[in-house]
Write a protein that binds this ligand. Sequence first.
Ligand code: SDX
Length: 427
Amino acid sequence: MSDKKASLSIDGKTLDLKVHSGTIGPDVIEVSALTGNGYFTYDPGFVSTAACESKITYIDGDKGILLHGGYPIEQLAEHSDYLETCYLLLYGALPNAAEKEKFVNKVRMHTMVNDQMSTFFKGFRRDAHPMAIMCGVVGALSAFYHDSLDITDEKHREISAIRLIAKMPTLAAMTYKYTIGQPFMYPQNHLSYSENFLHMMFGNPCEPSNVNPVLAKAMDKIFLLHADHEQNASTSTVRLAGSTGANPFACISAGIAALWGPSHGGANEAVLDMLNEIGDASRIDEYVAKAKDKDDPFRLMGFGHRVYKNFDPRAKVMKQAADEVLAELGLEDDPLLKIAKRLEQIALEDEYFIDRKLYPNVDFYSGIILKAIGIPTSMFTVIFALGRTPGWIAHWNEMISGSYRIGRPRQLYTGPATRDFVPLDKR
Ligand code: SDX
């Protein structure tokens, strides 16, 4: 940390505030000294608040840069795979061949869930939203691992991370199978992580596993592109829950709940609903106008980002992957892809979007690939949660393995000043 200082003059007093510098990115002003002087900082939505120090992921929103452990997302998407990126997020370095094989095998040996988990699904209606089920069953995992819930024990934290990464595909596929009334599929140890997921999603016990390698590769890339994204709303939720000492399964369940919102991970489902509602390129102008209308709550889903004021680098990779997957499947004339590309082109040429620096984000093209793979729209945010699990658990582990305090923000109070109680007959 540097020895830079910032001075704040207020009410005739000058407060010296420490300034800290990171490896790259903006310096931060430590404001804890304000408390002893009768002030809080005020930053609704945490637009310019650094809540923690982290070594995991770096984003430069103006330049459209995303690094995991210093590696650009474009290079990881091109040359790495999802489990290797999980390793990078958890341990801060790319694994060598032996480390990778050991990690992949560890994950493979934890893909099954306790058989009693299957009874939890029966409590849900078949038409329950898959994210409602995932919030429940992921939190319920904590009921099965009493032997490894000591968060002060590094080994317990590591096995919990492995279990969560390994079991999320199994639980996600069970969630899907439950909603369509098909039997659950067991993971197969001879399959890769992403092949296994598609096997559990679309396989059935009456036929041998038959996973399309092109779709498995696309699935792996989608998981990789969602793996982590700094202090976004769901990751901040996981950190806040973790700061109370809650177990990792409960913290990830809290992250799933936060991700569900349409402003966050729920946007991928909302993009497909929007493209289906637009229905035809001839109606794009009508919807762009709605998105610009202050009196209309409609927003162009998959556009805009709190941090990126340039292209989301993940969206560029996702767009290329969408072209590749649909071409491989002979779906390059997919009408929704055409509408998406035309919508992007129109929006990027429209001053409303240019002035507000609204570009396509990670959710804009992902749904088109997921639909081509055969995943129903209602499962899109579950896929996002599955992909984001290593990021959530890496941030949780980074916080718990260091020094931390319970997160407890304050407020600007604008309610009534102190007043005496009024008896009922005097009101
Ligand atoms: C994710 O944080 C992360 O990193 C998240 C994520 C991750 O990997 O974890 O990247 C994943 O959540 C991506 C974002 C997915 N959400 C959507 O695609 C939903 C649509 N986009 C938005 O609702 C919005 O852009 C947000 C929520 C993403 C960002 O909201 P901000 O930063 O609070 O910005 P804002 O709402 O204050 O908007 C600024 C201006 C406003 O106009 P003015 O009042 O200044 O005139 O831009 C407008 C907004 O009305 N605007 C949009 C818009 N997004 C912002 N107008 C039309 N369509 C949109 N999509």
